[in-house]
Design a binder for this molecule. Sequence first.
Ligand SMILES: *Cc1c(COP(=O)(O)O)cnc(C)c1O
Length: 220
Amino acid sequence: MTTDDPAARLAGVLAEIERAKKLAGRTDLIELIAVSKTHGAEAIEPLIAGGCRVFGENRVQEAQGKWPALREKHPALRLALIGQLQSNKAADAVALFDQIHSLDRLSLVTALARAMEPGKRPDCFVQVNIGDEPQKGGCAVADLSALLAAVRAADLPLVGLMAIPPAAVEPAPYFALLSKLAHDHGLTGLSMGMSSDYPTAVTLGATHVRVGSALFGARA
Ligand SMILES: *Cc1c(COP(=O)(O)O)cnc(C)c1O
């Protein structure tokens, strides 16, 4: 997107999602998560005014700094944690977020199960290291079945899978693999697609797309 106007950028992203849905013959709802990491309230407010209701942050501490005040003004907003979560921040994450997209290991299953409360049970996505990249977060594809079994045994509110495909290669095969893994494990939620590839992700079944720079402009 080349425009400086947040409303125009949002309209552009929504139009791209609609185009991809039509191409894929989809009529279901796709959740647009506006990834607001590094951006302050002055950048977030125009998107709220434009109709965005779900925002994504990658760090618990940063989110704790800016979202309580914004949510007081806009009670209907929902928050998604999309970045790595340390077990010792699990209680803070459960208190602040409505969705956690980065559940990627057994120790975090235990920590989240302990942190959940009757009125506060954020939707959980298990993050998969879909390209088996050594430096990347997410559970190895080979370990996914065991981790999902643990998530289910702990009775966490499991919604689906999340992944970030390897950079600078065609993402479609990775989206297709994530979709197959979800299907094989009886899961319907698919958190995949970022600014560079969300239309492709939508054609391959994404239910949640995480879009930052296409909505906010480039991060500093
Ligand atoms: C930053 C981030 C995004 C958004 O990235 P853009 O390329 O700016 O759209 C999506 N998902 C995760 C996990 C991120 O950390």
